[in-house]
Design a protein around this ligand. Structure first.
Ligand SMILES: *Cc1c(COP(=O)(O)O)cnc(C)c1O
Length: 391
């Protein structure tokens, strides 16, 4: 989306307008919800751009164009969930292919790799992608995909996207980055050299905890065409109501993210000074081991953080059970603050020994910092720690 002189409009402008023209027939400002499955043809094979809504739907078209613009990609494809998007990305591979990925990726991604696609004869190497030498060591002649997540969940580890994308390129593999935590407002993997950016729209892009969706964005026309073939063949496409909700969400992404970042920063600072807290994982803190890399490839540090209490599993459970403003729940990225205990919730399926080795201690707490007043959030954490005897 460009102005008269061909200069692209800025992110805040594109988040509201890209992909969205007032409705041609009525002038309605908002993209209509085209609740519709099939389309009239003027003569056999002469449609007006739409034949069947699994293949394309006008509400989805607007969303896909909007998301592509935000990720600085030329092409976007929307899916019924983040996992639907990742599944379709994996459809680009063939039996015998190999994937290099992180050792602390999202649990659902780990599950689809290990429990679904290993059975289809894909193989996966899980490495600490902070270390590009480890990524390179894992590359094989049959490696076709490097799949990264940065920052990671819940330890907020950062991978050098540009370095990893260069490596993938050198070995003839695609580089995909799950950009859900950062959002395109803070980080644009395609600009950093990745081939595909992956989004769970369920999180910040939807932003209101009221819709599940996913997307794949790219600036490569051939790649987009292949993704489109599988999108239509597999059919994990979102309905028009869902697309409408995400389009409504992206309009406020920049203002929401600014507040998420500001609140998370203040809470990270407060936690850092708390005597019961032994570590705070937030890339915005100068003490974060990869703060400089984060500052280089991200515009700000996001709304997710985690912290470790000098506490037992039970004491940490008490803290997350006693918050009043923070809701005890999985998921993230909505306007409301959420809190959870990975050892007992999102990462409970990992055997304890393995979990501890991965740095996921019993006292680890993850927060998705919302956009409420930050003083209420800090006072809430303070009273919950007091109630758990950790004041
Ligand atoms: C939630 C999430 C997913 C999966 O998305 P769904 O919309 O839940 O299917 C993938 N990656 C990350 C980082 C996520 O947080």
């Amino acid at each position: 989306m460009t102005d008269d002189s061909g200069e692209p409009f800025r992110f805040e402008t594109r988040s509201i307008h890209a992909g969205q023209e007032p409705d041609r027939e009525t002038g309605a400002l908002m993209t209509p919800i085209h609740a519709n499955s099939t389309y009239e043809q003027d003569a056999p094979g002469e449609d007006r751009g739409y034949e069947y809504s699994r293949t394309a739907n006008p509400t989805r078209t607007d969303l896909e164009a909007n998301l592509a613009s935000l990720e600085d990609g030329d092409y976007g494809r929307a899916f019924s969930s983040g996992m639907g998007a990742i599944n379709t990305l994996l459809n680009l591979l063939e039996a015998g292919d190999h994937v290099v990925t992180g050792d602390d990726i999202y649990g659902g991604t780990y599950r689809i790799f290990r429990e679904v696609y290993e059975d289809y004869d894909l193989s996966f190497s899980f490495v600490d992608t902070r270390d590009l030498a480890a990524v390179e060591e894992a590359m094989r002649p049959e490696t076709e995909l490097v799949f990264l997540e940065t920052p990671t969940n819940p330890l907020m580890r950062i991978t050098d996207v540009e370095g990893a994308a260069d490596l993938a390129d050198e070995y003839g593999a695609l580089c995909a980055v799950d950009n859900t935590f950062a959002t395109p407002y803070l980080q644009r993997p395609l600009e950093l050299g990745a081939d595909v950016s992956v989004q769970s729209l369920t999180k910040y892009l939807g932003g209101h905890s009221d819709v599940v969706g996913g997307a794949l964005l790219t600036d490569d026309a051939d790649l987009d065409e292949r993704i489109g073939f599988y999108q239509n063949s597999v059919g994990a496409t979102p309905g028009p109501h869902d697309c409408f909700l995400v389009l409504r969400g992206t309009k406020t992404l920049p203002v929401r993210m600014d507040r998420h970042c500001e609140n998370a920063r203040a809470i990270a600072d407060w936690l850092d000074d708390h005597p019961a807290v032994s570590a705070v994982h937030y890339p915005g803190l100068e003490s974060h081991p990869q703060h400089d890399l984060a500052a280089e490839q991200m515009d700000d540090f996001g709304g997710m953080l985690s912290f470790e209490l000098d506490a037992t599993l039970e004491e940490a459970s008490d803290v997350v059970s006693n918050t009043e403003v923070f809701t005890l729940a999985e998921s993230l990225g909505g306007v409301e603050s959420l809190i959870e205990q990975p050892a007992a919730m999102t990462h409970a399926s990992i055997p304890r020994e393995e979990r501890l080795e991965a740095g996921l201690t019993d006292g680890l707490i993850r927060a998705s910092v919302g956009i409420e007043h930050v003083d209420d959030l800090i006072e809430d954490l303070d009273q919950a720690m007091d109630a758990a005897g950790l004041g």
